[in-house]
Write a protein that binds this ligand. Structure first.
Ligand code: PLP
Length: 401
């Protein structure tokens, strides 16, 4: 049977391949340490679960407006004002099924076939696939390790063409942990504003997970002009450990919001109704959300420092100090050309496969994140696992010959 060109153009995820192997070993009783997690290992806080239960108990089980309930959109407007200094109206907000769905909607709303989307590499592996699904063309810009993998003005200038329709900025970044400064974002905004018709898609899903005094800034906050050109993508998955609830949102100008909402009305009608009420509780000003995030951040920071300390003790391995999210990108280039029990390691995928087989440690090879010399380690796991896993990586690297 025929499969569409669109579906065939999507690359299978290497992440899933390693995760599936790790899960299989775990199910066989093997003591696997997995650095693969892409979600916080905390429970969704009780006050959020209670809000969902209360919504169910009082019959909030029907369709809502396609863009989400007005009360949730108002809560998002308040959040954007309070935390980001941004002024939006509820009809500029669209709530969707997770930030991933928001990204898809945003690209569907602005791309025509052949339109280019600039994606700084390393990138979250879903971006290029979503661009292709929307008939767009991903244009990758290789950022440099010495710039902490942050896109520079010169790099952006070179990548922009007459066909450029959008630039994706993800700060804090998955997989690098990079956080852009206000100054850097201002300069990038200027490049975009010099040209007509280019949007910034600003993925701010990790905004609350920042360390070393780094401050999350929304590129939309610099002027009305740049706000009008920005589609903010955010959600509650990472901040409130709500990955399974599937709620994200876009904030954009009214024209884009209307287009997104129109598309969504036919795609999914509306995002899950009780989950919208749970999200409203999460975003409530002065609620319990603040203390939950603070505690989670403190724990993540301790784990980040622990993982870095352990990696510092492994000869031949280096990494760029992450300032946000919950990932460390570890360079394994020095291991290429060496062998593990007679098996040659030539790629990050080879490294990840051999590490899993030899030491029962799962890491994510970054070929499909646009960083072929690296593997990604998530520290959304216990400190004990971080210690054990890093010790096993050390032993693995030491025995390569
Ligand atoms: N953006 C980035 C950079 C991510 O890493 C992820 C999830 O891993 C998402 C968006 C998707 O978030 P959600 O679970 O809300 O769809």
């Amino acid at each position: 049977m025929k499969i569409s060109k669109r579906a065939s153009s999507v690359s299978p995820s290497l992440t899933l391949e390693i995760t599936a192997k790790a899960n299989k070993l775990k199910s066989e009783g093997v003591d696997v340490v997995s650095f693969g997690a892409g979600e916080p290992d905390f429970n969704t806080p009780d006050f959020i679960i209670d809000a969902a239960k209360a919504a169910l108990d009082c019959g909030k089980t029907k369709y809502t407006p396609a863009a989400g309930t007005l009360s949730l959109r108002k809560a998002i407007v308040n959040k954007l004002k309070r935390e980001n200094g941004l002024k939006y109206e509820p009809d500029e907000i669209v709530v969707s099924n997770g930030a991933k769905h928001c990204l898809h909607n945003a690209l569907q709303a602005i791309l025509d076939p052949g339109d280019e989307v600039v994606i700084p590499a390393p990138y979250w592996l879903t971006y290029p696939e979503l661009v292709k699904i929307s008939d767009g063309v991903p244009v990758f810009v290789q950022t440099k390790e010495e710039d902490d993998f942050r896109l520079t003005v010169e790099e952006l200038e070179k990548a922009v063409t007459d066909r450029t329709r959008a630039v994706i900025i993800n700060t804090p970044n998955n997989p690098t942990g990079a956080v852009y400064s206000e100054e850097e974002l201002k300069k990038l905004a200027e490049v975009v504003l010099k040209r007509d018709g280019i949007y910034i898609i600003s993925d701010e899903i990790y905004e609350h997970l920042v360390y070393d005094g780094a401050k999350p800034v929304s590129i939309a906050s610099f002027s009305d002009e740049i706000k009008n050109r920005t589609i903010i993508v955010n959600g509650v998955s990472k901040t409130f450990s709500m990955t399974g609830w599937r709620i994200g949102y876009t904030a954009s100008n009214r024209t884009v919001a209307k287009a997104i909402s129109g598309l969504q009305s036919h795609e999914t009608s509306n995002p899950n109704t009780p989950a919208q009420y749970a999200t409203e509780a999460a975003l409530c000003d002065g609620g319990h959300g603040g203390s939950f995030v603070k505690n989670m951040l403190k724990e993540f920071d301790e784990r980040r420092l622990l993982l870095m300390k352990k990696l510092d003790g492994i000869e031949g391995i280096n990494y760029v100090r992450p300032k946000g999210a919950f990932y460390v990108m570890m360079c394994v280039k020095n291991c290429f050309g060496k062998s593990s029990r007679g098996k040659k390691i030539s790629t990050a995928l080879d490294f990840a496969n051999a590490l899993l087989v030899e030491e029962n440690v799962a890491v994510i090879p970054c070929e499909s994140f646009g960083a072929p010399d690296y593997v990604r380690l998530s520290y959304a796991i216990s400190k004990r696992d971080i210690e054990t896993g890093a010790d096993r990586i050390k032993s693995f690297v030491k025995h390569l010959n």
